[in-house]
Write a protein that binds this ligand. Structure first.
Ligand code: AMP
Ligand code: ZN
Length: 146
């Protein structure tokens, strides 16, 4: 619930944070347990669990803020690269139930790997399964929030 949500309370200034950006619809602050120096979380001010639950306008504003912040964060910590990621739903590892984009500055030799390293194994899909799967996605009636 929004009233009890940690990130809603941070965006409202009720819980202290190291703010790096704020505009009408988004807020960004340093992660308290950073994976690398400069690890930043970018959130919508509206209380929304998953990315697809955002309105198109809020989704656009969220990624606009990510776009603005990336070079600033990387310059501040001298990182030539970054990993940008969302744990989108509990099954994916999301712990705080308010959508947030992780910006993790990356440098050569840091202890992290690529997103592909999240999975120790991969499903063995037959080549003939790909066209049907792509068609299923193209014709799906599932919709994000409006
Ligand atoms: P996730 O697992 O994607 O939900 O990530 C939640 C992130 O929030 C973690 O990286 C935490 O370190 C971070 N976090 C939790 N509490 C705070 C806080 N009070 N201020 C800043 N970051 C926090
Ligand atoms: Zn919230």
């Amino acid at each position: 619930m929004a009233g009890e949500c940690l990130f809603c309370r941070i965006a409202q200034g009720q819980i202290p944070s190291h703010k790096v950006h704020e505009d009408a619809t988004t807020f960004a602050f340093l992660d308290i347990r950073p994976l690398t120096k400069g690890h930043t979380l970018v959130i919508p001010k509206s209380h929304v669990l998953k990315f697809e639950d955002l309105t198109p306008k809020d989704a656009e504003a969220l990624f606009q803020a990510v776009h603005t912040l990336l070079p600033r964060i990387c310059q501040a910590v001298g990182a030539p690269a970054s990993t940008v990621a969302i744990n989108n739903g509990r099954e994916s590892g999301q712990e705080v139930p308010h959508v947030h984009v992780h910006i993790v500055p990356r440098t050569k030799g840091d202890p992290g790997g690529p997103i592909h390293a999240l999975f120790a194994t991969r499903p063995l899909l037959q080549e003939r399964e790909f066209p049907a799967l792509a068609e299923q996605i193209r014709t799906s009636a599932a919709k994000p929030a409006r």
